[in-house]
Design a protein around this ligand. Structure first.
Ligand code: PGA
Length: 255
């Protein structure tokens, strides 16, 4: 049985006092919610704060990107080991906001995936098609291309070390979430693809939906059979809204 999972992708948002208020609210709001998992991915300067505030809770924290290198002359980059030093267990890899600005390619996402797992981090590996690709009916081809690039580099067994996230670019930050049926059909397709390669990996891997998930649509989306949770951007900036999403996951989960 796959546990439900809610991940906050806070993107380039927050402040020390604002994070404090958010994390305090989240800790309080999920104190009785033991049937799902919760992760908060913050900008790197706030990792120390996340670690200090979340260390004794069931809420995990992570980074939003990292270098594939361990150390060296990479100005402005952060290594996997640095994330680990600040207690991260997770890191977002291949988010479309990086892919579509040319900062990540299918290939470099695979390299980051390997570097993350080598350091003991669980990648939250994002895939998804642009609006243009969606309108051309290319969703399946694009997501499989993105997925295969990683499988080819790491092998199907190692795919089990990640969390997959399907995030259609046209749904991110637009307020136009995919319908539960549409998201379910893509996630079912992706899971089926993995199952064809390895039944155990495909059945156990957690796949999230992301893209304008909010407190009003979360329960419906997450109750679909292949949707194991959500990757939440905008709605993770409003404490009460994010807590409601976490609580919805908890209600759908089992102890
Ligand atoms: P959104 O972002 O929830 O604001 O659409 C999701 C994401 O980019 O991870």
């Amino acid at each position: 049985m796959r546990r439900k999972l809610v991940v906050a992708n806070r993107k380039m948002n927050g402040s020390v006092p604002g994070n404090k208020e958010f994390l305090e609210g989240l800790i309080k709001g999920t104190r009785d919610c033991h049937n799902a998992d919760y992760i908060v991915c913050v900008p790197h300067p706030y990792l120390y704060q996340a670690q200090a505030m979340l260390a004794d809770t069931e809420i995990a924290w992570g980074g939003q990107n990292m270098s594939r290198h361990d150390a060296g002359p990479y100005t402005g980059s952060v290594s996997p080991g640095m994330l680990v030093e600040f207690g991260c267990k997770y890191v977002i890899i291949g988010h479309s906001e990086r892919r579509n600005r040319g900062q990540d390619s299918d290939n470099s996402v695979g390299e980051r995936f390997q570097a993350a797992t080598k350091a003991g981090l669980t990648p939250i590996f994002c895939m998804g098609e642009t609006l243009e690709e969606y309108e051309k009916g290319l969703t399946d081809l694009v997501t499989i291309r993105q997925l295969n690039a990683v499988i080819q580099q790491v092998g199907i067994k190692n795919l089990a070390k990640c969390i997959l996230a399907y995030e259609p670019v046209w749904a991110i930050g637009t307020g136009k979430a995919a319908t539960p049926d549409h998201a379910q059909s893509i996630l079912h397709f992706l899971r089926g693809y993995v199952i064809l390669k390895d039944v155990e990996v495909g059945e156990n891997i957690r796949i999230l939906y992301g893209g304008s998930m909010n407190a009003s649509n979360a329960a419906q989306l997450m109750s679909m059979p292949d949707i194991d949770g959500g990757l939440i951007g905008g709605a993770s900036l409003v404490t009460e809204e994010f807590v409601r999403i976490c609580r919805a996951a908890n209600e759908l989960g089992s102890a």
